[in-house]
Structure formats: structure tokens, C-alpha cells
Design a protein around this ligand. Structure first.
Ligand SMILES: Cc1ncc(COP(=O)(O)O)c(C=O)c1O
Length: 392
């Protein structure tokens, strides 16, 4: 078997497991476990979005389709953006992908080749670095810092990381796992640095509606033109509770259309029509659902803060967006082993901070978009553990 494994590409052989998946695989069979490791809410997709999908399926919409997405969904994406971003958007700037992850993969396959670099502030969702490494490109990770109760991105340090091999700055705001959210001034500074260097901005704004300081987070769409070097990745997974559907979109300059459609052809060959029908309805009719989810996330965030704030060994920044608490525990140097211990001893599951790259060790991530009673019970179990146990 080893001989056969050795025939795989070095990248495929070297890529480690995702620490999030490792924690989940360790804990998910434990009876009564309360899991907070995965990045999704507890609600299934609302029936109003699922019904058009099942109707389409039963009607026989089961054939190959447009590589860039059905016109109805691309039109709904343009309407949604026009409504939320205060200016007109065109359907031709939106390309439907089989999830947010494939939107990111499509983007990086277009802009980064062997040995090319993409700059990523960390701690970050590990999938950017993983998919870059798998294709022979290089993630250049710039650690953020937690000081005085706030995560901070040092823009000078970010821009100092630009080299002749740099193809893009990747920015996830609001951030998974930090909840840190870029200000408009940050976005302008990044836009200007990218323009000056002639590199791409790879924006990931999948949590832009999960923002606790207004109707949505500041966006690159507030400061950039759609026809410049901007690729924005997004997904139906979070806002509309559709993680299992695997549908997302890439927003890109129109002139990239033929290239993007070719990349989609050679990866997934398009996204099922029946799924896209449900997604179009979600965009047009999903506002009440989003408002309820965001209100619940905000209440849950506050509940987590009040449960943890009096423990002197806990370090956290109250997240401005997304639905994660990324908290440090004094004395913890091995977040994977500590995560497993907490699973075994408290029957509560977090994701280890080390999974999120440089600067993540010493922290745990908790997804708090869960049922109220499970959140309460999980916090109770964890705070009891904190009172009686030490991390490693
Ligand atoms: C920051 C970020 N971007 C993208 C995604 C991908 O979403 P999808 O489930 O649609 O692939 C996730 C999912 O957790 C995420 O946290």
C-alpha cells in the first residue's frame, strides 16, 4: 500500500487532515455529545426554499445545464446584490458554483500556479491554505494579534508580505474563526495596495449578513468596481441554512466569464438545476429567515460572553460578525489534545485553534448558532470543566 501511496503527488501525500474534521471524527459517536465544532446552524433549510427544488426534480429538470448557472439564479443574485449594496449589479458578474469552497477553488485555480503566493491573515479557515497547497501554490500566512480584547490586522505587515510571486491578498471578513470584521478603511487600504501591486483581491464575505454592527458588514463591493481585480466568494450555506446543498457563487469581472465557465466545466461541470431553483427563491424570499438567524446568533454570542467572561484563564474578543467564539485558555499549548480531553471529560465538542494556522494554537473555536437549550447545557458542562480541570 505504501508503494502505491508513494505514487501520489507530494502535495496529496503531505496535506494533513483538517483539525476540525479530526475533532468531529473523534467526538461524533459519543452518546449525548453537544457539538460546537462545525460551522453551521442547527436549523434545516426552510421548506419555502426546499419546495421549489423538489418540484423541479419531480418535473424532470435532471439534465446538464449552463456552466455558469441558470439565468434565473444569476438574475436573482443580481437583484439581491442591488438591494443590499445600494447600486446596480448585472447577472453576468455572478457564476454559480457547487458550494462556497468550489468558488474559492475556482478563483485560485485561475490566479495561482505552481509556486505562486497568496497572502492570508491568520488564524483563518484552513481551506484556503489547504487548497492552495494541494495545487502547488503557497499560502503566505500573516498572523493577526489579540491585544486589549480585540483582534487586529497589521496592514503594514500584510503589505510587507507582497513579493513578485504574490498573486492575491485573501481576506475573509467577517472572519471565521475570529469574528473580526474589516472596517471600510481597512478595505480601502487593501484595495489600494492590491491596485498598486497589480494583484488580485480574493474576498470571502460568506458571513457578511451575520454582522452585529448593522444590516451587513463593510464589503469590497463598497469600495471596488466589479470589473477590477476582485474575486468574491460566497455561499448559500450560512445565510439560508443550506450547508448540505453545496451551492455557492463567485462574483467576478464579466470578461472572465468564458474562463470561469471552462474551469467549472473541468471541475464540476455545473451545479444541478433543481438546487439552483431553491436557491433563487431563497435569495428573493429569505430576508425574514436571515433576520431571525442573525438575531438568534447575536443573543447566543452574548450568552457565551456572559458565561465565559468571569473566568480569568479565558481570553476572548467579542466577535463583530460570523457565529464563532474563538477563545484562548491560559496555559493551553496543545489545542488538539485539549479538545479531545474536553470531549471525553465534559462531552462537549469544540474545534482546536491550531487547525486555523499560525496564531491559532492556544485557542478553541465554538460555533454558537445552536438551539438555546443545547447552548446553555454545553456552556454549563464546559464551565464546570474549566472549574475543575487544566488544559494541556
Ligand atoms: C469563511 C468560509 N468561507 C467559505 C466557506 C464555504 O462554504 P461552503 O459550505 O458553501 O463550501 C465556509 C464554510 O465553513 C467558511 O467558513
Amino acid at each position: 500500500m505504501n508503494q502505491i501511496l508513494n505514487t501520489l503527488t507530494p502535495q496529496a501525500q503531505a496535506e494533513p487532515d483538517s483539525g476540525i474534521v479530526k475533532a468531529a471524527m473523534y467526538g461524533f459517536t459519543k452518546p449525548g455529545i453537544i457539538p460546537f465544532w462545525s460551522g453551521e446552524g442547527n436549523l434545516p433549510t426552510p421548506e419555502a426554499f426546499s419546495r421549489p427544488a423538489t418540484e423541479s426534480l419531480l418535473k424532470g429538470e435532471t439534465f446538464y445545464t449552463f456552466q455558469g448557472g441558470i439565468p434565473e439564479l444569476r438574475g436573482a443574485l443580481a437583484r439581491y446584490h442591488t438591494k443590499h449594496f445600494g447600486r446596480a449589479f448585472e447577472a453576468d458578474n455572478f457564476f454559480v458554483t457547487s458550494g462556497g469552497m468550489p468558488a474559492i477553488q475556482t478563483a485560485i485555480q485561475m490566479i495561482a500556479g505552481e509556486g505562486d503566493e497568496i497572502i492570508i491573515p491568520t488564524p483563518a479557515w484552513p481551506n484556503y491554505a489547504g487548497s492552495l497547497r494541494i495545487q502547488g501554490s503557497k499560502p503566505v500566512e500573516v498572523p493577526m494579534t489579540l491585544a486589549n480584547g480585540k483582534w487586529a490586522l497589521d496592514l503594514d505587515r500584510l503589505f510587507d508580505a507582497i513579493t513578485p510571486r504574490t498573486k492575491a491578498i485573501c481576506l475573509n471578513s467577517p472572519s471565521n474563526p475570529l469574528g473580526w470584521t474589516a472596517t471600510k478603511a481597512d478595505l480601502i487600504a487593501i484595495r489600494d495596495a492590491a491596485r498598486k501591486a497589480g494583484i488580485w483581491i480574493l474576498g470571502d464575505e460568506v458571513y457578511s449578513r451575520f454582522y452585529y454592527g448593522g444590516a451587513r458588514a463593510p464589503s469590497f463591493l463598497d469600495v471596488c468596481d466589479t470589473e477590477e481585480q476582485l474575486l468574491l466568494c460566497n455561499t448559500f450555506s450560512k445565510n439560508w441554512a443550506m450547508t448540505g446543498w453545496r451551492v455557492g457563487w463567485l462574483q467576478a469581472p464579466k470578461f472572465l466569464g468564458p474562463t470561469i465557465e471552462r474551469v467549472i466545466q473541468y471541475n464540476t461541470s455545473g451545479t444541478p438545476v433543481f438546487l439552483q431553483r431553491g436557491c433563487a427563491v431563497a435569495l428573493d424570499e429569505g430576508e425574514d429567515f436571515i433576520a431571525a438567524q442573525v438575531a438568534k446568533a447575536k443573543a447566543n454570542r452574548d450568552a457565551v460572553v456572559s458565561a465565559l467572561k468571569d473566568f480569568p484563564q479565558i481570553r476572548l474578543s467579542i466577535p463583530d460578525g460570523a457565529f464563532y467564539m474563538f477563545f484562548g485558555i491560559e496555559g493551553m499549548t496543545d489545542s488538539m489534545t485539549t479538545t479531545m480531553r474536553i470531549i471525553d471529560e465534559a462531552n462537549v465538542g469544540f474545534a482546536p485553534g491550531a487547525a486555523f494556522g499560525p496564531g491559532g494554537e492556544g485557542f478553541l473555536r465554538m460555533c454558537f448558532l445552536k438551539e438555546e437549550h443545547k447552548l446553555e447545557e454545553g456552556l454549563q458542562r464546559f464551565t464546570n470543566w474549566l472549574k475543575n480541570s487544566q488544559p494541556v
